[in-house]
Design a protein around this ligand. Sequence first.
Ligand SMILES: NC(=O)c1ccc[n+]([C@@H]2O[C@H](COP(=O)([O-])OP(=O)(O)OC[C@H]3O[C@@H](n4cnc5c(N)ncnc54)[C@H](O)[C@@H]3O)[C@@H](O)[C@H]2O)c1
Length: 352
Amino acid sequence: MSVPDYRPQIPEGTRPAIGILGCGGIAQTAHLPAYEQYGLPVAGVWSRSTTTTAGIRERFPSVGRIYASPEELLEDPAVGIVDLATPAEDRLRWLTAAVRAGKHVLAQKPLTTDLDGLAPILAEADERGVRIAVNQNGRWAPPWRLATLLVEDGAIGDVVGVTHLHDKPLPPIAGTHFDDLEHMLISDYLMHWIDITRCWLGGKRAGSVQAVDSRVPGQPDSAKNPWSASIQFSCTDGAHALLRVVGDVRTRKPSCPFWIHGTEGTIRGSVLGGSDRLELERDDVVTQYSLNGQWFVDGFAGAVGELMNAVAEDRQPYNSAAHNVASLELMIAARKSVMDGSRPHLMSDLQL
Ligand SMILES: NC(=O)c1ccc[n+]([C@@H]2O[C@H](COP(=O)([O-])OP(=O)(O)OC[C@H]3O[C@@H](n4cnc5c(N)ncnc54)[C@H](O)[C@@H]3O)[C@@H](O)[C@H]2O)c1
């Protein structure tokens, strides 16, 4: 069987130029390096503080300009795609502004933490003929992307279960703005794991979601959020998933192993921390794939490349806001469960 092409797909020819609105941590450590590496045009960037963007054109020569205001960015005819890299809290306001400016949008995850108000923006985007994609860049992390393509090809039959273990240290949370988010591991950090699991269970119906989080031994008092979290989903056909963050794991071999068990075979792999690998076991044959690229930063090129292809082909991107809504519903249900003493939250027949 030939290996499906899991690498970022970037359209040939002229690509719409990107304007980054909210050029902070992730934009500078992943978005811009990915755009440089893949030769994607960046019309300019804006951040609330000029200190944040000082020296950015020296570090990233492809950045055309530093905008003085978000309005200047939104009104610039050179900007084809607004790359919204602000935190989630104001996302819908910026999304509305970008859509009304007639721009395609790539919005960071989580697209929103409250679905109220999203539907009218998506309808307005459709009316104006602009596309909204969500920066679920994990979908293009090489092991996860190849696993998705294998699942879609039926390589393991019907998916029975998805399991993820976060066997690596947590990124810095204490003292950052992330620690001000309630149940941050569930509502923000695990969004990529929730989203990829939803992709692998695509076509099924979610039945219930249960989540738990807790403080762990050794966690400093200054850390507001619990450092351990687990989420379980079940589908109406009995398929199920488990996502587990143990805590701030001490290890010299960081990894995020995952398993996708199916009726005909098994996919095993790992992502992040230099652990990338993937294998398919089916009919007593184990196939190991060699992988090129990494989530950081190829995944970020994959997410914007898919939006660019969708614009060129006049279709919805695979990472469209509409496709991401089911992932958001799962995250919101997990957050409700944890706020409700970890009781299972029943979904009303959510189509994945
Ligand atoms: N793998 C990933 O895709 C990944 C990784 C880290 C963070 N993120 C997401 O990216 C987003 C930004 O995170 P970050 O770590 O870069 O944050 P950050 O604070 O480092 O940067 C955010 C930027 O947005 C600006 N900003 C903040 N609030 C704003 C507002 N209300 N209006 C306009 N601008 C505002 C800030 O000035 C800054 O330029 C978050 O949603 C986060 O969850 C994604």
